[in-house]
Design a protein around this ligand. Structure first.
Ligand SMILES: Nc1ncnc2c1ncn2[C@@H]1O[C@H](COP(=O)(O)OP(=O)(O)OP(=O)(O)O)[C@@H](O)[C@H]1O
Length: 290
C-alpha cells in the first residue's frame, strides 16, 4: 500500500572523510511520518543528508528515494523533494521575489499561491535582497521554497537554527499541517530536541558516524528512567550499571534503562522520573564519551 511504503531508505551507507567516517548508516522513513535526526555536533548529520541528496558520493551502501536508487535520475527525484540546506543556496544579490522567479522555473509543480501564502505567513519581505535578510528570515524564505512545489518528501538540515521560539512553534504547526497528507514525509535534523517531542514520530540518533537507534519517539521516551534518591542509593544503583550518574545537592541521580529498574531491590525511598528527549540525548552522549 502506498501510504506505508518507505519513501526514504538508507542502507549500510559508508563514507570516509579526512577525519571522520559514516559507518554502515541505516534507517528508513515511511510515508505519513515525521523523523527527527539528532546527534551532537560533528556526529555526521549534515554529511548523511548531503549523501541522501546526492551532494556527496558514498563509498558503499545504498540510498533509495521513492523506491528508486538515488543515483538513477536524481534530477527527477529532486523535483519531489523540498530541501532546506544548512547553507544559503540562493542568489544573494537578488531580491526574494527575483530568487523565486528563478527557482520556480526549475520545479514542474511550482505552486505560486502556496509560496505567497507562506511568505505572508512567515513575514518575509519580497523586495529585500537575500543578502540583507536576517539569518532567521533567510531560513523562513528557504522553508517557503521547500514547501511550495508539492514535494512529497521534505528533507531539512537544521531548519530551526536561527529561528526565534515563537516562529519555531509556528513552523512545527506548519509541518504538522503538511504531514496531514499521508503520502508525504518529513525528515529533519535539529539541535532543538524538545521540538521533536511534539511532532516527530520517529527519532534517528547518530553518534560519531554510527546510527545508535532509529525508533518511534514514544518507544525512546519509554525506554529510560531517571532515578532520584538519597546519596546512600548510589552504591545500590551502580551495581546495575546505569548509563550515567551524578551527585546533586539533594542526593543521587541515575539515568538508566527502565528494564534495569526491575532488579533494583531496596527499602530506600527513591523517585522515578520519565526523562525528556533532551535528557535522553544528553545522557546517552555523556555515557558514550565516558
Ligand atoms: N568536506 C569535508 N571534508 C572533511 N571533513 C568533513 C567535511 N565535511 C564535514 N566533515 C567532518 O565530518 C564530521 C561530521 O560533520 P557533519 O557536518 O556531518 O556533522 P553534524 O552532525 O551535521 O554536526 P553539526 O551538528 O555541528 O552541524 C565533522 O568532524 C566534520 O569536520
Amino acid at each position: 500500500m502506498k501510504e506505508t511504503e518507505n519513501i526514504l531508505e538508507v542502507t549500510n551507507v559508508c563514507k570516509k572523510l579526512k577525519n571522520f567516517e559514516l559507518q554502515q548508516v541505516s534507517f528508513s522513513l515511511k510515508r505519513g511520518y515525521i523523523m527527527g535526526f539528532i546527534g551532537p555536533n560533528g556526529a555526521g548529520k549534515s554529511t548523511t543528508i548531503r549523501c541522501m541528496m546526492g551532494l556527496s558520493h558514498i563509498d558503499s551502501g545504498n540510498i533509495k528515494l521513492f523506491n528508486n536508487d538515488f543515483h538513477t535520475n536524481m534530477k527527477a527525484l529532486k523535483q519531489n523533494i523540498g530541501f532546506v540546506y544548512d547553507q544559503n543556496v540562493f542568489f544573494e544579490d537578488l531580491t526574494v521575489e527575483k530568487n523565486k522567479k528563478v527557482i520556480s522555473m526549475y520545479y514542474d509543480q511550482w505552486d505560486d499561491k502556496a509560496f505567497y501564502d507562506y511568505i505572508e505567513k512567515f513575514d518575509v519581505p519580497l523586495s529585500t535582497p537575500v543578502k540583507s535578510l536576517s539569518k532567521g528570515t533567510a531560513m523562513k524564505f528557504a522553508l517557503a521554497v521547500a514547501l511550495s512545489h508539492n514535494a512529497e518528501l521534505i528533507i531539512m538540515d537544521e531548519p530551526t537554527s536561527g529561528l526565534d521560539p515563537i516562529f519555531r512553534k509556528e513552523l512545527l504547526e506548519v509541518l504538522l499541517e503538511v504531514i496531514q497528507d499521508a503520502n508525504k514525509a518529513i525528515f529533519f535534523s535539529t539541535h532543538n530536541i524538545s521540538d521533536l517531542e511534539h511532532i516527530a514520530d520517529y527519532i534517528t540518533f547518530i553518534f560519531d558516524g554510527n546510527v545508535q537507534f532509529c525508533k518511534e519517539t514514544e518507544t525512546v521516551l519509554d525506554e529510560y528512567v531517571i532515578v532520584k534518591g538519597p546519596k546512600s542509593l548510589q552504591e545500590l544503583v551502580e551495581v546495575h550499571c546505569p548509563l550515567s550518574t551524578k551527585l546533586t545537592s539533594l542526593g543521587f541521580e541515575a539515568f538508566m534503562k527502565k528494564e534495569q529498574l526491575a532488579s533494583l531491590n531496596t527499602n530506600l525511598e527513591f523517585k522515578i522520573e520519565r526523562p525528556s528527549l533532551e535528557d535522553i540525548m544528553y545522557n546517552l552522549v555523556k555515557s558514550k564519551k565516558r
